[in-house]
Design a protein around this ligand. Structure first.
Ligand SMILES: *[C@@H]1O[C@H](CO)[C@@H](O)[C@H](O)[C@H]1NC(C)=O
Ligand SMILES: *[C@@H]1O[C@H](CO)[C@@H](O)[C@H](O)[C@H]1NC(C)=O
Ligand SMILES: *[C@@H]1O[C@H](CO)[C@@H](O)[C@H](O)[C@H]1NC(C)=O
Ligand SMILES: *[C@@H]1O[C@H](CO)[C@@H](O)[C@H](O)[C@H]1NC(C)=O
Ligand SMILES: *[C@@H]1O[C@H](CO)[C@@H](O)[C@H](O)[C@H]1NC(C)=O
Ligand SMILES: *[C@@H]1O[C@H](CO)[C@@H](O)[C@H](O)[C@H]1NC(C)=O
Ligand SMILES: *[C@@H]1O[C@H](CO)[C@@H](O)[C@H](O)[C@H]1NC(C)=O
Ligand SMILES: *[C@@H]1O[C@H](CO)[C@@H](O)[C@H](O)[C@H]1NC(C)=O
Ligand SMILES: *[C@@H]1O[C@H](CO)[C@@H](O)[C@H](O)[C@H]1NC(C)=O
Ligand SMILES: *[C@@H]1O[C@H](CO)[C@@H](O)[C@H](O)[C@H]1NC(C)=O
Ligand SMILES: *[C@@H]1O[C@H](CO)[C@@H](O)[C@H](O)[C@H]1NC(C)=O
Ligand SMILES: CC(=O)N[C@H]1CO[C@H](CO)[C@@H](O)[C@@H]1O
Length: 784
């Protein structure tokens, strides 16, 4: 859907509501809903950062107030295509900073790679792969002269199924999301690139993320327990991993904008989590000068000149902001730069490999490297999830004729990197090959895109070296095997040769930053699937999907034998898919979110909140479901999903045995942690309180990898919550032992009165198995 149409409709609703008498027109109505927390704390806590802070203090000590203020505000420039820039200070040999989109690979630049996106990493449930991918991505940022990679995304977490950005992050489960964010931060920063973990916090819809006319940004209203146990959780892992930067989000929290919310930044992030780096605003996410400075914002993008700049200098002079606050902003920024070793003479100059306009003459700076080739491919592979495989439809057994259908099988018509300037129209898949209505296969639905998708759209998109499309990869395979391949990517009711060994229907579900998806399935795509299935007894459906895609309109059709969620695989999409279809590779991905049977199963969390009633100018999103999203909600309400969280098939089978749980006697099980605050919170939150062990055996006839999952029932909380996963690769008959360490935090719940994580006394049910609903091993952990 075009956003202008959407906003037109919403504008009308807002006008109608405005006619009522009790409409709130003044934001002072919301003052106090978010508790004040001042002053903004200095970074002081971590010994890991001591050397960087010593250098940063000495450095900042030489600066004038105006120079310090300049470090805090972006400058618009035309020398390079960085998404944001901090100007150099030549007097003290500071080269400036280049901030670039985004967490799934550097964007809007040539000689870069399209990696599998966040959701595919989530589906891999593979920590080691997440780490290696982050090293590869960050190496490209570094070679291109970018200091700060604007990712990974851990917010949105994925509360709302239609959210346009869920694919940028890993999973709507905070434990899985946090574990993969941890690896991503560590991998990226190991090559010296600062991660900007975003968007802080409770940023769960695109609709009204920014003010439109006189309608304000949506306010996410959530309680303290939900904040800690769900939305803050992955940020906590990222801070524990040492991230140098966090990006505050567009939305409001309890009626106060995230980039001027003192409770979120000064308390949660900088006090409770002991964050040592700096907070940057999302682009245009700053709405005040003095208030944002005092609430803990350290850097504003894309420009300081709206609210800070000379006005921040003036605010220090007139006493509204202390000189110490500006010192802390500058010191945090420079400390992160030293901490990652970016002061080294071998760090490429900011923006040096990122031309402002790639069509103008520029130096060739190669970001990609052949040594990442296997990781790019493995990322695509492990993000594919096989959820249905009837009659052993897959792997294909020496087919003689394959028929291929669906608009997502072919490469888009053109691809050009485009202008490096940040703008919302600049996407990955060819000039206009994304969500514009003209390019949607069904005008108006906006979710099915004509041409295969390798990522979603917006700032989290990335740049392919090439695109291995399903059509091209299948053609190459047909040429090699000397088999037949017929195709039709246009007709919704194509001709089918009924002797085809398999009919593959390759379709997609697109999503992008900037808008939420209008629906979770579309009739146009369903009709292609159903029409092929009516004529072909072995119909294999493949979705490249940047969002949850409901399938109940066709999944029980007896001729639909297999279904694959390919997610957002990056440039090796087709090659990975074909290797899996033919069984050269085995499926090992798992759903990092659930697919319910019907929209109504989401109980209102399918779609974003809209302005209404007295809140016609101040849209409110009440997170009244608390921590009960996705499988936590389906478990609580006894709703059977179509495909549950953690589910995914393989070409082999696995058996679990021998669950054992051992308390670590040398660790305290007192109710509250007592440790000092380190990066991520109190130190002893990471003490391993208990260890669960079990065994897994490959009982099938081929090699394969299985994601073994541990779920824990914390007293008073959801029936079960993911608290461990491992992914052993097993030969036929091979057995591996599984070890799941459980930390104090893993077993605790947030105590809103004590403002601490509480480890309760009592019994904790334990479950180990291959999905959130296939858990053959059970046990109990007793804390006393
Ligand atoms: C939002 O309000 C709830 C309920 O009053 C409170 O528990 C929570 O701490 C607040 N959070 C923020 C960030 O203001
Ligand atoms: C931060 O450090 C400065 C310099 O030591 C000090 O003046 C200021 O009071 C500190 N701020 C806070 C909130 O502790
Ligand atoms: C600060 O930035 C402004 C705007 O970019 C620039 O004009 C000014 O010279 C800078 N001041 C210093 C002291 O570097
Ligand atoms: C909101 O904007 C509309 C359209 O510009 C205008 O008619 C209306 O008076 C505005 N309402 C308020 C409360 O400012
Ligand atoms: C300072 O603020 C005023 C109004 O608040 C604005 O017009 C001006 O552009 C700002 N100047 C700078 C340099 O930030
Ligand atoms: C101080 O300066 C800032 C920035 O121009 C301004 O917003 C604020 O109102 C001023 N405060 C006082 C007390 O003059
Ligand atoms: C792409 O879209 C832009 C803006 O809508 C338009 O000006 C341009 O002609 C389009 N390009 C192609 C190749 O369709
Ligand atoms: C898809 O794109 C092709 C060009 O590659 C065009 O011929 C075709 O009409 C488009 N299909 C739809 C349904 O828009
Ligand atoms: C399944 O496909 C066969 C063609 O192979 C067709 O004859 C049959 O009607 C199809 N079944 C359904 C339920 O459409
Ligand atoms: C979902 O439920 C609605 C209302 O019962 C029904 O009309 C619709 O067909 C269902 N959708 C699917 C995909 O089953
Ligand atoms: C796996 O174990 C089964 C049963 O013991 C045995 O028949 C089979 O040969 C073994 N396969 C391999 C590859 O070791
Ligand atoms: C990488 C891997 O484990 N591949 C195996 C997947 O399954 C096929 C059989 O379908 C085996 O041949 C592969 O070795």
């Amino acid at each position: 859907m075009s956003s202008s149409v959407l906003y037109g409709i919403l504008g009308l609703l807002a006008c109608q509501a405005a006619a009522q008498a009790d409409v709130i027109t003044d934001d002072s109505y919301f003052y106090g809903d978010s508790p004040p927390f001042y002053p903004s704390p200095n970074a002081t806590v971590s010994s890991n950062w001591a050397a960087a802070y010593e250098k940063a203090r000495a450095f900042v000590g030489q600066l004038t107030l105006e120079e310090k203020v300049n470090l805090t505000g972006g400058v618009r420039q035309s020398e390079n295509g960085c998404s944001g820039s901090i100007a150099a200070i030549p007097r003290v040999n500071f080269p400036g900073l280049c901030l670039s989109d985004a967490g799934n690979g550097i964007r809007s630049v040539d000689y870069a790679t399209s990696w599998a996106s966040g959701w595919s990493v989530g589906a891999s449930f593979n920590r080691e792969l997440a780490h290696k991918r982050a090293v590869g991505i960050a190496s490209e940022f570094r070679k291109k002269g970018s200091n700060i990679a604007l990712g990974p995304v851990v917010g949105p977490l994925g509360r709302v199924a239609e959210n346009g950005r869920n694919w940028e992050g890993f999973s709507n489960d905070p434990y899985l999301c946090g574990a993969l964010a941890y690896e991503t931060v560590q991998g990226s920063q190991s090559v010296g690139v600062i991660t900007s973990v975003k968007h802080f916090v409770a940023y769960e819809q695109e609709t009204y993320r920014n003010p439109v006319g006189n309608v304000s940004s949506v306010s996410s209203n959530l309680d303290d327990k939900t904040m800690h146990e769900l939305y803050l959780w992955p940020f906590q892992d990222a801070v524990h991993a040492g991230t140098g930067n966090i990006m505050c989000s567009y939305n409001q929290i309890n009626g106060s904008w995230a980039c001027q919310n003192s409770w979120a930044m000064n308390n949660l992030l900088k006090t409770e989590l002991g964050f040592q780096g700096f907070v940057v605003s999302d682009w245009g996410g700053q709405h005040s000068g003095v208030a944002s400075a005092n609430a803990g914002l350290d850097m504003v993008m894309p420009t300081g000149s709206t609210y800070w700049g000379d006005n921040l200098t003036l605010a220090v002079t007139n006493g509204s902001v202390t000189a110490a606050r500006v010192d802390d902003m500058a010191t945090r920024i420079i400390a992160a730069w030293y901490q990652m070793g970016q002061d080294s003479s071998d760090y490429p100059a900011p923006g040096s490999g990122i031309p402002y306009d790639v069509s103008a003459p520029h130096e060739k700076v190669i970001g990609w490297d052949k040594s990442y080739k296997d990781i790019v491919y493995q990322g695509a592979l492990e993000g594919h999830v096989l959820v249905k495989n009837a009659n052993n439809a897959l792997p294909l057994q020496s087919p003689q004729l394959i028929s291929l259908y669906g608009y997502s099988a072919k490469t888009p018509d053109s691809f050009y990197v485009g202008n490096g300037e940040w703008n919302e129209g600049d996407y990955s898949l060819g000039e206009n090959a994304t969500y514009t209505a003209a390019n949607s296969v069904e005008e108006g639905t906006g979710i099915a895109v004509n041409g295969t998708i390798i990522s979603g759209g917006g700032s989290g998109a990335n740049m392919p070296m090439y695109i291995s499309s399903p059509f091209e990869a299948l053609t190459a395979r047909a040429q090699e095997d000397y088999t037949g391949l017929y195709w039709d990517f246009e007709s919704t009711d194509p001709e089918v040769d009924p002797t085809s060994d398999a009919c593959i229907v390759d379709v997609n579900a697109f999503a992008s930053e900037g808008w939420d998806r209008p629906n979770l399935h579309d009739d146009y795509t369903d009709s292609i699937i159903l029409n092929v299935a009516a004529k072909c007894a072995n119909t294999i459906v493949v979705f490249q999907n940047a969002g949850a895609r409901l399938v109940d309109t066709f999944i029980d059709h007896p001729n639909v034998t297999a279904l694959i969620f390919a997610h957002v695989p990056g440039q090796d999409s087709g090659k990975a898919l074909v290797s899996l279809l033919y069984g050269d590779e085995n499926f090992s991905g798992k759903m990092p979110y659930s697919i319910p049977k019907n929209e109504s199963d989401y109980a209102g969390l399918d779609a974003p909140s809209l302005p209404e009633g007295e809140f016609a100018y101040f849209p409110q999103s009440n997170f009244s479901e608390g921590v009960y999203i996705d499988y936590r909600a389906f478990d609580a309400k006894n709703i059977t999903p179509r495909y549950e969280f953690g589910f995914g098939l393989s070409y082999t089978t696995f058996a679990f045995s021998g669950l054992n749980v051992a308390l670590n006697g040398s660790v305290s099980t007192a109710s509250y942690p007592t440790g000092q605050i380190v990066e991520g919170g109190q130190e002893d939150l990471w003490d391993v309180v208990a260890t669960v062990t079990a065994s897994i055996t490959n009982t099938g006839s081929v090699k394969g990898a299985e994601v073994a999952q541990l779920y824990v029932g914390i007293p008073g909380g959801p029936v079960k919550q993911l608290r461990g996963f491992e992914k052993p690769v097993l030969e036929v008959n091979g057995t591996a032992s599984l070890t799941f360490p459980l930390t104090r935090r893993d077993l605790s719940s947030w105590d809103t009165v004590a403002q601490k994580w509480e480890l309760q006394q009592g019994s904790y049910p334990l479950y180990v198995g291959s999905s959130s609903r296939d858990l053959p091993l059970t046990g109990t952990l007793t804390i006393s």
